[in-house]
Structures are given as C-alpha cells and as structure tokens.
Design a protein around this ligand. Structure first.
Ligand SMILES: *Cc1c(COP(=O)(O)O)cnc(C)c1O
Length: 409
C-alpha cells in the first residue's frame, strides 16, 4: 500500500484570495457598472525594460545556431551572472563573496521552500507574524510545524510584529533553530535598522541558530540605516542564508530568476554534534534535483546590471515607490494610521476604531470600490490591518486614494 506524506493533510487551505475573489464577484454582480480598483495584487504591472528584452532576444537568437546554442548549463547558474551579482549587489557594499557561494534559481520561492531539504526534521522554526505563507507551509510539509490549533501551529515560534513593537520582532523566549526574517517585509512594508538586525545575527551566533533572510524587496530600500544585505552585519556570513529575486526588482515574476547566497562559513550540526558546512550540502541537493535556470533568462537577469538596465530598473522602482508615497500620504490625509511604503511597495494600514480586517475590507469594497488584502490573512498578528500594494497603475492609484480621502469612514 503506497502511503502519502501525511504532513500534506495537515496543511490548512488558504481561502484568503478565493474569499476575496468571491466577495469581489458578488459585489460586481450587484453593481455591474462599478469601477473597482485593485490594490490587493502582489504582482508587478510594469513590463520588462528594454535592456532586458534586448538581452532576451539576443540569447534566443544564440539558441538558433549550432555555434552558440546552449544545452544543460551549470546547476548553480552561469558564472557570468554570479559574477555580475557579486559585483553589483555585494562588492559595492563591501561584502566579499565567491561565485560558488551564489546559487542562481528560478525564483526565490523555490529555494525558500526547498532549503528545508538540507535541514533536520526536528529543528524548531521561528517566523515573524504576519508573514509570507511559504515559510510556514513548507515547514508543515516537512513535518516541522506540529499541529494546528486556534490559528497557530504548535511547533512554530511566532514573533508578533505589531504597533506596540513598531513591527520589530522581540528575541524569542523559546530558542528556535531556524529563523525566517524578511526585510523589507511583506506584508507590513516595514524594515529593520542595522542595529536591530545585528541583534538577530548575534542571537543566532550565540544560540547556534540559522537565519533564513528573505530580501526580495531589497531594491526598494530608500533609507540609509536599512541594511541591503544581512552580510553587512559582521558575523552574519556564519549564520545566515540570503534569498534574493529579480521578481520585484526587475519585473521577473513571469520570467523567473532569483538567487540564494550560502557563504562557505555557514554551518549547522549533526545530531551527534559535528559541525557541517551548508554550502556543499546545498550544492549536492541542487545538482541532484535542479538542472539550472534557462540560459536566456540568466542573460536577461545579467542585463538588469548593465548601465541601461540599472537606470531602467531604478525608474520602474521609482514608479512603484511614488505610488506608495501617494497612497501613504493620502491615507494619512484621510486620518488613517499607516506603516511601511517607504522602503517597500506595501502599505500596512491600521483599521480605525478597532474594526476587523474583514469588516474594513468589506467597507472599502462597498463604499470606495477598492480591493485590498485583509491583514489577518497573513497571520494572527495581522488582524486589524490591511495590506495595500503600490504595484498598480499610477492613474488608478491616484483615483483610489482620492476616493479614500473623500470617504466618510
Ligand atoms: C515576491 C516574493 C518573493 C519572490 O518570489 P519569486 O519566487 O522570486 O517570484 C520572495 N519572498 C517574498 C516575501 C515575496 O513577497
């Protein structure tokens, strides 16, 4: 009798986006002429830039001729891209990495999910709350989350991020082995300062924990005291794996490319206490289960770092950040309490008068014809908040904000 992985039956179905869809469909059926504006999407809307498109075309043409055709590439990614990444994203900030410490992938979600392959089943996991659901669900699949009761997993250490701690998670009372941190944060749009991140790095070093640092929104950082990479913190190269992506940086959500940095100094322990480097383990895992990111996609990613590519990418990010600032200022003008939106394309809105996330969602839909994402969908500490995204069209964003400003809440 073939058995399934029972852990999959533990997974909680997320009805968040289908519930949103149903509510919007019902509203539309009753109000067929209503112009609904979506501020709920977590996907980019601006097209790939000309430098990226040119690189894609060129690479496609190379595939058409026997002399320049490429078949299987290195599982870890091509050296040309790893070297560009190191030069532009790390060396410029004083971080030294070797090309074999960078693993190119088909987007950060894959590696964020797969990294657990090389880590023990009995590790205790800590997550910030609210959170990007991938960290939890992949640990449920691996059997690390325990059982689900009253909206929480028994085996997971929740690190609440709310207004009372200014969205800066306190060090945990129960010692975790694996700590997921995402900064700039999705969904709250908030960040950690250098000093705040240093406390986590020091904690991990003193407690033999591993930090899984998701910096998918690094390109949106505008403030000087916000670290772009966890490796700006001394000692992090021993205790942190960093995940980056071209998705939100350069519009690669459909093209698919990201990378994972595992310095050779990062270690974990065997059950009997032997210290083992994680870089060769991950390399072995990738060589067995992954056959590389498409050549044409890696050439496109390389073009993000070209002179034209960098300028174009900055412009696109500036477009989204301008949207974010329009949303933030408009909501404040309307007397609403907002967070984020300065170093991230997300605005985290506190519902007024203690309204629940879903009540406020309904009112925004019915009274302003705006769709957002209820914060409670990202975890228990998201209750009483809404996430608005800045990835939309400028005119629609302005119109949505005008509606909220005129709104009698
Ligand atoms: C969008 C996003 C990613 C990137 O995912 P890709 O698979 O690279 O598209 C990673 N982490 C967070 C928190 C995100 O919001």
């Amino acid at each position: 009798m073939v058995q399934i992985n029972d852990n999959f039956l533990q997974l909680q179905n997320s009805y968040l986006f289908s519930d949103i869809g149903k509510k919007v469909a019902a509203f539309r059926a009753e109000n067929p002429d209503a112009r609904i504006i979506s501020m709920g999407i977590g996907d980019v809307s601006r097209p790939l830039t000309p430098a990226v498109i040119a690189a894609l075309h060129k690479a496609v043409d190379e595939m058409a001729s026997a002399e320049t055709f490429r078949g299987y590439g290195p599982e870890q990614g091509y050296g040309f891209l790893a070297e560009s990444i190191i030069r532009h994203d790390y060396a410029k900030r004083g971080i030294r990495l070797e090309p074999d410490e960078v693993f190119i992938n088909d987007g950060a979600k894959s590696d964020l999910g797969n990294i657990g392959d090389i880590l023990g089943r009995s590790n205790r996991v800590a997550i910030t709350d609210p959170v990007y659901p991938v960290y939890i669900d992949t640990n449920v699949m691996a059997g690390r989350a325990g059982t689900f009761r009253d909206g929480r997993w028994s085996g997971i250490v929740y690190l609440p991020c709310r207004t009372d701690n200014r969205f800066v998670p306190a060090l945990p009372e129960t010692r975790p082995d694996m700590i997921y941190l995402c900064y700039p944060n999705n969904p709250t749009g908030t960040t950690l300062t250098r000093e705040e991140l240093k406390r986590w790095v020091d904690y991990a070093r003193n407690n033999r924990s591993l930090i899984l640092f998701d910096s998918a929104y690094e390109a949106y950082i505008t403030e000087p005291d916000v670290p772009h990479s966890i490796y700006e913190i001394p000692g992090a190269e021993k205790v942190a794996i960093e995940f980056r992506s071209f998705s939100k940086t350069a519009g690669f959500t459909g093209l698919r490319c990201g990378y994972t940095v595992i310095p050779k100094a990062v270690t974990a322990w065997t059950e009997d206490g032997r210290e083992i480097a994680l870089n060769p383990l991950w390399n072995r895992r990738q060589c067995t289960k992954f056959n590389g990111t498409p050549y044409i996609v890696q050439r496109a990613a390389e073009a993000v770092y070209s002179e034209a590519g960098e300028a174009e990418t900055l412009e696109t990010i500036g477009y989204y950040l301008k949207n974010a600032s329009i949303i933030r200022k408009g909501l404040q003008e309307a007397g609403l309490e907002t967070y984020g939106g300065v170093n991230a394309p997300y605005i985290w809105l506190k519902t007024p008068q203690g309204m629940s996330s879903w009540d406020m969602f309904d009112r925004l839909l019915h009274e302003c014809r705006i769709v957002c994402t209820p914060g409670v969908g990202f975890g228990p500490s998201g209750e009483g908040f809404l996430r608005l995204t800045a990835f939309g069209d400028r005119n629609l964003t302005e119109e949505a904000v005008e509606r909220i400003v005129k709104w009698n809440i």
